[in-house]
Design a protein around this ligand. Structure first.
Ligand code: GDP
Ligand code: MG
Length: 208
C-alpha cells in the first residue's frame, strides 16, 4: 500500500492580468475541467481550490480570482495578503494585454510586499493560442520570453483554456516554484534564528 503523504501545505496562488485574457477560464479549466465561451466577469467566489500531490506532499492550491475588479485595478489588500506565488496572464492576440504586464507585476510587488521581490515565484502565461489557429496572434513567443528574462528569468507557458492545452503544466510549475521558495525561506529563517542570541532554557536545534 502507498504511504500516506507526509505533510499538508496550503499555497495561495494569485492570478493577475487584464480583463478578458482568460484568467477565470484557466482556473475553471484547471480545477473543474470545464470551459465556457460565455463571458462571465465573476465566478461568484473569491477562490477555487485544488489538491495536488508534489513529491509525496499533499498541496492545496488556493487559486484567487479577481472577480472582474481588475478593470478598476482596486483588488484590495485582502486579495494579495499572504500570496505564495503569482500567475501573470495575457492574451497572445491582444497587444495591450501584453503591454500592461509590467504594471501588473509592479502592482503585485507593491501590494503583496514580498520580502525578496527578485526571488518571488512568478510565471507568465500567454493564453488563447488556439484562436483562429494562431492567425490572429500579435505577440511573438520570443517577445514574451524576452520579457520573462528581463523580470529575472520567470518561466513562460503558452496555453489554451479552451482546448485545455498546457494548463496543468503551468499550474504545476507555479506550485513547485512556490514550494521551493517556501523551503528556501525556511532555511533562511532557521539560519537567522540560529545566529541570534540564545536565551536561557531555550533548546538548540531544529524543531521539525
Ligand atoms: P478574465 O476576464 O481574464 O477572467 O477572462 P475570462 O476567463 O472571463 O475569458 C474571457 C473570454 O475569453 C471568454 O469569452 C472566454 O470564453 C474566452 N477565452 C478564455 N480563454 C480562452 C482560450 O484559451 N481560447 C479562446 N478561444 N477563448 C478563450
Ligand atoms: Mg474573470
Amino acid at each position: 500500500m502507498a504511504m500516506a503523504p507526509r505533510r499538508r501545505t496550503l499555497l495561495k496562488v494569485i492570478v493577475l492580468g487584464d480583463s478578458g485574457v482568460g484568467k477565470t477560464s484557466l482556473m475553471n479549466q484547471y480545477v473543474n475541467k470545464k470551459f465556457s465561451q460565455q463571458y462571465k466577469a465573476t465566478i461568484g467566489a473569491d477562490f477555487l481550490t485544488k489538491e495536488v500531490l508534489i513529491e509525496d506532499r499533499l498541496v492545496t492550491l488556493q487559486i484567487w480570482d479577481t472577480a472582474g475588479q481588475e478593470r478598476f485595478q482596486s483588488l484590495g489588500v485582502a486579495f494579495y495578503r499572504g500570496a505564495d506565488c503569482c500567475v501573470l496572464v495575457y492574451d497572445v492576440n491582444a497587444k495591450r494585454t501584453f503591454n500592461t504586464l509590467g504594471t501588473w507585476h509592479d502592482e503585485f510587488i507593491n501590494q503583496a510586499g514580498p520580502s525578496d521581490p527578485k526571488q518571488f515565484p512568478f510565471i507568465l502565461v500567454g493564453n488563447k493560442v488556439d484562436l483562429d489557429a494562431g492567425s490572429r496572434r500579435v505577440v511573438p513567443e520570443k517577445k514574451a520570453k524576452d520579457w520573462c528574462v528581463s523580470k529575472g528569468d520567470i518561466p513562460y507557458f503558452e496555453t489554451s483554456a479552451k482546448d485545455d492545452y498546457n494548463v496543468d503544466p503551468a499550474f504545476l510549475c507555479i506550485a513547485k516554484l512556490a514550494l521551493e521558495h517556501e523551503h528556501d525561506q525556511d532555511i533562511y529563517f532557521n539560519s537567522v534564528a540560529e545566529q541570534g542570541p540564545k536565551t536561557e532554557g531555550q533548546t538548540s536545534g531544529c524543531a521539525c
